[in-house]
Ligand binder design. Structure first.
Ligand code: B12
Ligand code: SF4
Length: 432
C-alpha cells in the first residue's frame, strides 16, 4: 500500500522541508501497518510518478485553493482516494464538498490516519459503514456528494510523548537550523488566532523526551541552531526550567543555540537568565500593535508597555529579539495605526523584523466565531481563500483583493495610503 503525502503551498516555492506532522505519520504508519510505504512530496509531479494508492493533502486556510487544485489534478491523473487534513477542513468540514476530496481528517491526525490506513489495508477501499466507526472524520456518504457526515470527535492524544521522534529533515531555507516541537496548542486566546481552538488547549512533550530528540536525532544533522516551532516555547515555566537543567548537563550544551516564540508577558529576568544559560539567544513574539486599545480588544494579557519591557529585557541580556505586527484590525483608527508605526520606529533597531501582517478572519478564530451570522455569508464557502492571506510579502498576497475588515472605521483607500506613506520601515509592509 503506497501512500503519498503533500502539503498545499500556494505559490510559495520556498522549501522548508518535509512537515514535522508528515514525518511523524510516516514513521508511525510504516512501523504499525504491515506493507505501508509512506512518501512525502513537495512537488506534485513527482507524487504522480510515484503512483500511490492513497494521497493525503494537508492544508491551512489561506492555501486551500491550492489544495483544491492539487486534488483536481490527482483525481484526473490517478483516480485514487484523497484524504485532506489540517486547519481548514477541521474548522469548515463542509469544505469537503468543495473539491474532489474523499475524506477529511478533523483535528489531530496521527491516530485517525492510522485507522484509515488499516481500513484500506483490509478492504482495499473506504466503505462508508466502516468509516462511520472511525472518530475524527468528515465525508460525503452518497454518490451525489450532497450531504456531509461527521463522525464522533476524536480525542486528542493524552501524552505527546507516545509520538515517535520524527526523522530530522533538511530545511533549505535555514540549512543550519533544525526544528523542534515541544508542545501542541496554546493556553491563550488571542481573538485572531486559531491555535488554541484547533488543539483544544495545550499539551507538552516532557523535557526528557525533548533532550532525547535533540541528542539522538537533531544533532545527527550539521546544525548550529534549534528552532522551537511551538506557539510558546517557554511554558509552563517549571517545564522549561527542567529542560534547561537537562540541557546544561549535556556535552553538546552551548554548541547549538535555541530560538523560539514567546509572549511578552512571559518574559522576566528569571526566565531570560535561564534562557541565556542554554544559549537561547533569540526570541520572537507577536507584539501586534502599538495601541493598548487594539491590544485590549484582540490580545488578552498584553500591552504596549509589556511589549516594551520584553524588548528591553531581551536586549539588555544580549538576546536578539524580533516582533510581528498586525494592521487592519476591525475598529483600528488612524491614531492606532500611527501608534504601531511609532512603536516600531522607536524600537528599530534593536528590534528585528518578525513579520508584518494584515488582520484576517480565519475560520476557527474567536473573531470568526463571534461574527454575526448575517455577516458570515460574506465569506461563504466559495470565496477564493487566498484572499485571506495575511502576509504582505507572501507571493499569494493580492494587494488589490485582500479581504479588509475595517472599512467602517478606516476606509481601505485611506488604510492603503497610510501603509504606503513611509511611516513604517521600508520593508514593512512589503509590496503595498
Ligand atoms: C511551522 C509552521 C509553518 C512553517 C511550515 C514549515 C513546514 N515544513 O511545514 C512555514 C513557515 C512554512 C509556515 C507557513 C505558513 N503558515 Co504556518 N505554521 C507553522 C506552525 C508554527 C506549526 C505547524 C506544525 O507543524 N504544527 C504541528 C503539526 C503536528 O500540526 P499540523 O501540521 O496541523 O498537522 C496535524 C493536523 O493538522 C493533521 N493533519 C494536517 N495535515 C494532514 C494531512 C493528512 C493526510 C492527515 C491524515 C492529517 C493531517 O494531523 C497532523 C498531526 O496531528 C503553525 C502553528 C501551530 N502551532 O500549529 C502555523 C500555522 C499552521 N501557519 C499558519 C499560516 C496562516 C501559515 C501561512 C499561510 C502564512 C503565510 N501567509 O505565509 C503559510 C502557509 C504555508 C503552507 N503552505 O501551509 C496558521 C494557519 C491558520 C489557519 N487557521 O489556517 C498557523 C496555525 C499559525 C497561526 N497560529 O495562525 N507555517
Ligand atoms: S497568537 Fe500566540 S499567544 Fe495568542 S493564542 Fe495564538 S499562539 Fe497563543
Amino acid at each position: 500500500m503506497k501512500v503519498a503525502l503533500i502539503q498545499a503551498r500556494g505559490n510559495d516555492r520556498r522549501d522548508y522541508g518535509a512537515p514535522p506532522a508528515f514525518r511523524c505519520m510516516k514513521q508511525m504508519a510504516e512501523a504499525e501497518i504491515p506493507g505501508a510505504a509512506v512518501e512525502i512530496f513537495s512537488d506534485y509531479r513527482l507524487l504522480i510518478q510515484y503512483q500511490p494508492d492513497i494521497i493525503g493533502i494537508g492544508s491551512v486556510t489561506p492555501v486551500f485553493d491550492s489544495a483544491k487544485y492539487l486534488a483536481g489534478v490527482f483525481k484526473k491523473e490517478l483516480a485514487v482516494p484523497i484524504l485532506l487534513g489540517g486547519y481548514h477542513i477541521t474548522f469548515l468540514p463542509s469544505e469537503i464538498k468543495s473539491g474532489p476530496f474523499d475524506i477529511g481528517i478533523l483535528g489531530e491526525g496521527e491516530q485517525t490516519f492510522l485507522d484509515l490506513l488499516r481500513l484500506y489495508r483490509e478492504y482495499g477501499a473506504f466503505p462508508v459503514d466502516m468509516l462511520r466507526k472511525i472518530p475524527g472524520l468528515v465525508f460525503c456518504p452518497d454518490a451525489g456528494r450532497e450531504r456531509i457526515e461527521c463522525t464522533a470527535a476524536r480525542d486528542c492524544l493524552e501524552s505527546l510523548d507516545v509520538l515517535p521522534i520524527p526523522a530530522p529533515a533538511i530545511n533549505r531555507v535555514y540549512p543550519k537550523a533544525a526544528a523542534l516541537f515541544s508542545s501542541r496548542g496554546c493556553p491563550y486566546h488571542c481573538r485572531f488566532c486559531t491555535s488554541t481552538e484547533f488543539w483544544r488547549g495545550v499539551r507538552f512533550f516532557s523535557p526528557e523526551r525533548m533532550v532525547r530528540e535533540i541528542t539522538e536525532n537533531i544533532l545527527r544533522l550539521d546544525v548550529e541552531e534549534i528552532h522551537f516551532l511551538d506557539d510558546l516555547a517557554v511554558i509552563p515555566r517549571e517545564r522549561f526550567f527542567r529542560f534547561a537543567e537537562l540541557v546544561r548537563r549535556e556535552k553538546w550544551s552551548g554548541s547549538v543555540s535555541f530560538h523560539g516564540f514567546v509572549r511578552a508577558n512571559l518574559l522576566d529576568e528569571e526566565i531570560v537568565g535561564v534562557m541565556k544559560s542554554i544559549s537561547f539567544n533569540s526570541v520572537r513574539f507577536g507584539a501586534e500593535s502599538g495601541s493598548d486599545r487594539v491590544l485590549k480588544q484582540y490580545k488578552p494579557q498584553s500591552s504596549a508597555a509589556l511589549n516594551q519591557r520584553a524588548i528591553d529585557l531581551a536586549v539588555r541580556e544580549g538576546m536578539r529579539v524580533s516582533a510581528a505586527f498586525m494592521v487592519g484590525f476591525p475598529g483600528e483608527t488612524e491614531a492606532d495605526l500611527l501608534a504601531t508605526a511609532d512603536f516600531i520606529r522607536r524600537n528599530r533597531p534593536p528590534l528585528e523584523d518578525g513579520g508584518f501582517y494584515l488582520f484576517q478572519a480565519y475560520p476557527g478564530s474567536a473573531y470568526w466565531n463571534e461574527l454575526p451570522v448575517e455577516l458570515r455569508p460574506t465569506f461563504g464557502v466559495d470565496i477564493p481563500w487566498n484572499r485571506l492571506n495575511l502576509d504582505f510579502r507572501n507571493p499569494d498576497f493580492d494587494p488589490e483583493h485582500f479581504l479588509y475588515f475595517n472599512e467602517n472605521v478606516l476606509p481601505r483607500s485611506r488604510f492603503l495610503e497610510i501603509l504606503g506613506s513611509g511611516i513604517f520601515p521600508q520593508e514593512w509592509p512589503g509590496k503595498i
